[in-house]
Each structure stands twice: as structure tokens, then as C-alpha cells.
Design a protein around this ligand. Structure first.
Ligand code: PLP
Length: 372
């Protein structure tokens, strides 16, 4: 959706920047992405198959060129981290190895109303083992010793992570949200090194084979240890180079510094929303906002989820007309994500102004479908 398609030109000045608060869905494009991707298109045109092993970014090893940077960002060792596939595919590959149900230990604990892809992945994994999700997918408190795996889609590049130190068993994530590596970007996976010799991939391909003997192609699998053995195909070079552009920006700073700004930026947004849009007891007609995200900054990332006392859909429409990009989750939640990398305090201030205009513009509506 371009700005042109959603913005009402009569409500904004042509020279005004839009306010992009959707980094939680799709991060903006780094300036280097186009350069890096074009470099590989040139390499391919000029070198053909030789590109696999020549140049600064030999395609066959391209993911490994970035894995250390990625590992730093999630607080893991590079041997515990792999760049491969998309997030849901990685979730399936990890569950195939970590989920070995028995008759008295077959339940997967997960949040109700999880992201649909996660829900479907877990459901289909349970069915794959011949079990019934109604019995094996329950909300239970975990027993001591069970494996713990995380989907970090909204955590990587948003909050500080120390997967290794926290003793997390396995995790996977996508890199197109806060990591700005482009829609469908190459995803990441992690397995703690303590499982290096015990957890084996269920599905393998030629990239699961130890690099030292991979190209002998004798079809006797010499499996790489740990998460590296979970890689199936050769890495997609164009996606690797887009990921490089995304990761390099994070490498110029660190999550500690970004979080410092993030806590202030989101705190500022929270403070202004509470100031201007709190419920006024003696004026029940005045529209108000409830923030359903935890108010303790240690319990949240940069995103705030807002519930309006009147139709969220119509407020979102008014916001979009005025050049704001954010999104809605049914039935009545508006998600706004000021991203510390590219959003400013001024963006937050302008957002509040525009939000006020937008709420006013919907004021004539009597249809309070989304009352809290
Ligand atoms: C964005 C997101 C996904 C998307 O997965 P893809 O396989 O990359 O499309 C999955 N799970 C969660 C929790 C997400 O936020």
C-alpha cells in the first residue's frame, strides 16, 4: 500500500513525511539492500556457477558470513545459530526433533490465540504423530525439565536476548520485521549447544552434511552437529545479502543502546496517550483509549496495543488518510510500533496530533461497536 493509495491529499501537506509505525509487521528498507542485491545479480550474470566459491560472499557459504552477527543479536553462540528458510518452516523442523510424544507426555503448552502460523504448525505436528490436538494441545503449567522453545518474531531486533545464557532449548524467528531484511527474508534458528549431539534433524538435505565432505557427494550422511545439521538447502544469496544490509545497521550499535531509546520512545507515546486519551469520568461521551500492553517497560518491546472506546476501524481509516501507517487486529486493537532505529520523538508527537484529528473526524459516529 503506497502512501498515494491511502492518503487523502486534502488532509496532508505534500512535503510532509508520513509516520511509519508498522516496523512490527515489515521493517523499512535499508539503503544498502539494493546495492547488495544488485551486486549478486551482477555476480550471477558475470560468473555463473563460479559464484558459489569466489568473491567476498561466495554463495555456498553466504549464510555463514552473517551468522556471527545474527548470533550476537540473539545472545547465542554462532555454532548454535543458523540462517535458513522462513520462520514457519524452521518451527516445523525444530518441532520434528524436539517433539517426541509418548503416551503420558504428549502435550504442547502454547499461548491461546497465538500467531496463526504457530498455531497451525503445532496443530499439524500433533496430528502428524497420530494424536488429537484437543487432547495434546492444552494450556498447562510446564513440568520441570520440559523443553522450552520460543518464536522470537517480535523479539529479535526489538529487545535484548541472551538465548544461550538463559538456557533456552531452541528458538526461531523471521528477519523482516525489526531486522528490516525484506518481506519473506531468510529466517533464523537456534538450538542450545547442550543438545549438539543429542537432538538430530528429522528432515535433512545436502546442506545438513558436514562442509568438509559435502561436495564429495558420496551419499553417506556426515551430519553437521547442532543447528547446522538442520539446514537443508543451499542458502539463497539474494536473501542473504538483504539480510546483511539489515544486520549491518544493528552492528553499528547494539541492542542495549537501541533499547535505551526504545524505552523512552514508547514511554513518551504511552505518556501522551494517557495524558490526552484517558477516560474522563465526568464526560462519558469523550472517546478514550485503553493500553492493553503491560505498562512495565521490562515486560514489553516497542509496540503498544491500543483499544478505543469507539470503532477502531474508522479511526485507523482516518489515520491512514493523514499519512500514518500502523495496523489493526480484530476485533478492536490498533497496534502502533515506534521503532527506535528510524522513528523519532517527533514522529510520536505528530502521531498524537494526527490521532486527535482522526478521533475528532470520527466523532459524528453514533455507532460505538467497539466499546470497552
Ligand atoms: C510474523 C510471524 C510469523 C510469520 O512466519 P513466516 O513463516 O515468516 O511467514 C510467524 N509467527 C509469528 C509469531 C510472527 O509474528
Amino acid at each position: 500500500m503506497t502512501r498515494r493509495q491511502t492518503v487523502d491529499q486534502t488532509l496532508v501537506k505534500a512535503e510532509d513525511d508520513s509516520i511509519y509505525f508498522s516496523g512490527n509487521s515489515l521493517g523499512l528498507q535499508p539503503k544498502k539492500t539494493k546495492i547488495y542485491v544488485n551486486e549478486e545479480l551482477d555476480n550471477w550474470a558475470k560468473s555463473g556457477v563460479h559464484g558459489h566459491f569466489v568473491g567476498a560472499f561466495p554463495w555456498a557459504l553466504a549464510d555463514e558470513c552473517l551468522v556471527e552477527q545474527m548470533a550476537n543479536l540473539v545472545g547465542a553462540k554462532k555454532e548454535e545459530t543458523a540462517l535458513m528458510n522462513g520462520l514457519t518452516v524452521n518451527l516445523h523442523l525444530l518441532l520434528l526433533s524436539f517433539y517426541k510424544p509418548t503416551s503420558n507426555r504428549h502435550k504442547i503448552l502454547m499461548e491461546a490465540k497465538a500467531f496463526p502460523s504457530d498455531h497451525y504448525a503445532v496443530e499439524s505436528q500433533i496430528r502428524l504423530k497420530g494424536l488429537n490436538p484437543k487432547e495434546s494441545m492444552l494450556l498447562l503449567s510446564p513440568e520441570e525439565g520440559c523443553y522450552v522453545g520460543f518464536d522470537l518474531a517480535h523479539a529479535v531486533g526489538n529487545v535484548e536476548l541472551r538465548l544461550h545464557d538463559w538456557n533456552v532449548d531452541f528458538a526461531c524467528w523471521c528477519n523482516y520485521k525489526y531486522l528490516n531484511s525484506g518481506a519473506g527474508a531468510l529466517a533464523g534458528a537456534y538450538i542450545h549447544e547442550k543438545h549438539r549431539f543429542t537432538i538430530k534433524p528429522t528432515l535433512v538435505g545436502w546442506w545438513s552434511h558436514n562442509i568438509k565432505t559435502r561436495f564429495e557427494m558420496d551419499n553417506n550422511l556426515d551430519l553437521s552437529f547442532g543447528v547446522n545439521g538442520f539446514r537443508i538447502s543451499n542458502p539463497p544469496i539474494l536473501l542473504v545479502r538483504s539480510l546483511q544490509a539489515g544486520l549491518e545497521i544493528f552492528n553499528q550499535t547494539d541492542m542495549k543502546a537501541l533499547r535505551r531509546k526504545s524505552v523512552l520512545l514508547t514511554g513518551y507515546l504511552e505518556c501522551l496517550i494517557k495524558h490526552y486519551f484517558s477516560k474522563v469520568p465526568d464526560n462519558p461521551q469523550k472517546p478514550y483509549v485503553t493500553i492493553i500492553t503491560p505498562s512495565d517497560s521490562e515486560e514489553r518491546g516497542c509496540q503498544l496495543s491500543l483499544v478505543f472506546s469507539r470503532s477502531t476501524k474508522s479511526i485507523l481509516m482516518q489515520l491512514m488518510k493523514r499519512g500514518v501507517t500502523c495496523d489493526q487486529r480484530e476485533p478492536n486493537v490498533l497496534r502502533v510500533a515506534p521503532v527506535p532505529l528510524y522513528n523519532s520523538y517527533h514522529d510520536v508527537y505528530k502521531f498524537i496530533k494526527v490521532l486527535n484529528e482522526s478521533v475528532k473526524a470520527t466523532g459524528h459516529q453514533v455507532n460505538d461497536e467497539a466499546s470497552v
